[in-house]
Design a protein. Structure first.
Length: 150
């Protein structure tokens, strides 16, 4: 009789643990994915910033397009691949590396990473900080723009 009761308790505990993983673990995995996308954007900007500095030192001018950095593979072998952002949305324009149509939650995480966002729900619009900030997001949903200063 004791064995049956202990077996039933074991099964109930295993079921409860499985439910906890489903309900609480799912959001942790989702948050991790958003964080990974934000870090991917920031790393891409860092790579483009470094390549831009090398380009500027070599040519004496700032790059005006991504092809300036990728042609011949001297500075970048290819444009950074950004998971979760459609192809063709990453550009170099007016001294900035820009990625358009970035999802709200990814921009929120980028701004949290760089210490701009204090609100946990909405993306702080930081166009006034753009000239001095190295990276960040600005705009309005669903058309947020990620930028990296070159």
């Amino acid at each position: 009789m004791t064995t049956i009761i202990l077996s039933i308790l074991g099964i109930l505990l295993a079921a409860a643990a499985a439910l906890m993983v489903v309900f609480y673990g799912g959001s942790a995995f989702e948050d991790g994915s958003v964080g990974a996308q934000a870090n991917t954007l920031q790393n891409a900007a860092s790579n483009v910033q470094s390549a831009s500095s090398m380009f500027r030192m070599t040519t004496g001018a700032a790059p005006t397009a991504m092809t300036d950095l990728t042609t011949g593979g001297q500075y970048l072998s290819a444009a950074p691949s950004i998971e979760g952002v459609t192809a063709g949305t990453a550009t170099i324009s007016s001294g900035y590396y820009e990625v358009t149509a970035v999802p709200d939650e990814v921009c929120l995480k980028v701004n949290q990473n760089v210490g701009v966002n204090t609100d946990a729900q909405t993306v702080t619009n930081i166009p006034t900080a753009r000239p001095t900030a190295k990276v960040g997001c600005f705009g309005t949903s669903p058309n947020y723009t990620f930028f990296g200063t070159l």
